[in-house]
Write a protein that binds this ligand. Structure first.
Ligand code: PLP
Length: 426
């Protein structure tokens, strides 16, 4: 096993001059600067990271941690994957930004290769995940007016309860989480919210104005909620029957995490539009995209949508490296087999302080008994033992390690979780 003793000198940050580069003298000072000078819109664990490699990160004091969050699946290929870094470095030495006023030599190949990976025709490149979801919604409305012939201004989109699609005004308008939603009104109209996993409710919500159903194939931020097996196939069937676009937000679930290139594949479903982000940027920079068929994405005309940085040369070079990694199928297979191992180990903890485990691929939501501890407390104790994970919704701990993690490292992380639960149970 590579480096599971958090404090051993040989496993420190590979000799890099962390302190010299950091701009803060200590972890404590770095936290103070952040707290004093940044908005408090996150509540990070008190860990100041300065170095990362593969599944491991090192803090300013040289303590090592196994990263079991992987930047919410943005680090599916681990920290600083050599192939991704090589592509980024090569591109840094050639051309980094053009704007879309000109073509550049990475753009066409990136779009073609990503479309091919998805079995689709076209790509609309963006930067952040939220931006890509917004873009998919704009495309769906345009398609609704031009192709489905919905009366102007009447288009509706059906979304699910407990969704998380990002933080823009329109996306928080249809969030059912008060923390995400409240006090950002007036809200964008045109969205209908139905319970997740309930195909009949979906059917009832659709009418002649409906242009799209927007779903996460697995709800990540809600706590890794895996829908019943019939749900996505039923949603596909309803959308086809009612001439409605099925938009799969695979920003967190896609690109290997769920044990397939797309989580939709695990349910035998092909959506009309994929929304991708996070891991598409290889853990290097924000890269997102909407991927779909020509008859849908083809509705956009010059000037109708865009982004200064979307599809820039550096992003495309990195995105192409990501597509090349995914084409091997290796990461999807790792997520599937390691995921089974993780699930078996986590199931042993049910009744030992854990009330429920949900998972798909290498991605798990673990509900801790509320009387025992909050998810946050568990994550703090895990961090002290050298494992980084993230709580969500009070009592859930989410595990989404990089897909390059080794089986014995994964076992080690679960052993640490078991030890935390034992401590808490006294
Ligand atoms: C399913 C899903 N959609 C959209 C987003 C938003 O992505 P970003 O934070 O890059 O805007 C996220 C982020 O967690 C997500 O999980």
């Amino acid at each position: 096993m590579r480096g599971y003793h958090p404090y051993t000198g040989s496993h420190r940050h590979g000799g890099t001059g962390v302190r010299e580069l950091s701009g803060a003298r200590s972890g404590t000072e770095a936290v103070r600067l952040a707290e004093d000078h940044s908005t408090h819109n996150y509540h990070p664990l008190p860990v100041v990271l300065a170095y990362g490699e593969g599944a491991w990160v090192t803090d300013m004091e040289g303590k090592r941690y196994l990263d079991c969050l992987a930047a919410y699946s943005a680090l599916n290929f681990g920290h600083r994957h050599p192939r991704i870094l090589a592509a980024a470095r090569a591109q840094l030495d050639r051309l980094t930004l053009t704007g879309r006023a000109f073509y550049h030599d990475q753009f066409g190949p990136f779009c073609q290769e990503l479309a091919e990976l998805a079995g689709m025709d076209m790509v609309l490149p963006m930067n952040s995940g939220a931006e890509a979801v917004e873009s998919a919604l704009k495309v769906a409305r345009k398609w609704g007016y031009q192709v489905k012939r919905v009366p102007d201004g009447r288009a509706s989109v059906v979304v699910a309860e407990n969704n998380f699609h990002g933080r823009t005004i329109s996306l928080v308008s249809f969030s059912t989480d008060p923390v995400t939603h409240d006090e950002y009104g007036p809200y964008t109209p045109g969205f209908r919210i139905v319970p997740y996993g309930d195909a009949s409710a979906l059917t009832r919500a659709i009418d002649d104005t409906t242009v799209a159903v927007l779903l996460e194939p697995v709800q990540g931020e809600a706590g890794v909620i895996v829908p019943p097996p019939h749900y996505l196939p039923a949603a596909r069937e309803i959308c086809t029957r009612r001439n409605v676009l099925l938009i799969a937000d695979e920003i967190q679930s896609g690109l290997g995490r769920a044990g397939a290139t797309f989580a939709c594949e695990r349910f035998g479903v092909v959506p009309d539009l994929y929304v991708l982000g996070k891991a598409l940027g290889g853990g290097v920079l924000p890269v997102s995209a909407v991927v779909g068929r020509r008859d849908v994405l083809g509705v956009l005309r010059p000037g109708e949508h865009g982004s200064t940085f979307g599809g820039n040369p550096l992003a495309c070079a990195v995105g192409r490296a990501v597509v090349r990694l995914l084409r091997t199928g290796e990461y999807q297979a790792r997520a599937r087999s390691l995921g089974q191992r993780l699930r078996a180990r986590l199931d042993e903890l049910v009744g030992q302080g854990v009330t429920e485990v949900r998972s798909l691929g290498l991605w798990a939501g673990i509900d801790v008994h509320p009387a025992l501890a909050t998810g946050r407390e568990v994550c703090e104790r895990l961090a002290a033992k050298g494992v980084l994970a993230k709580d969500t919704h009070g009592s859930t701990v989410r595990l989404a390690p990089p897909l390059v993690i080794e089986a014995d490292e994964l076992d080690w992380a679960v052993d640490r979780l078991a030890a935390v639960l034992r401590e808490l149970r006294g």
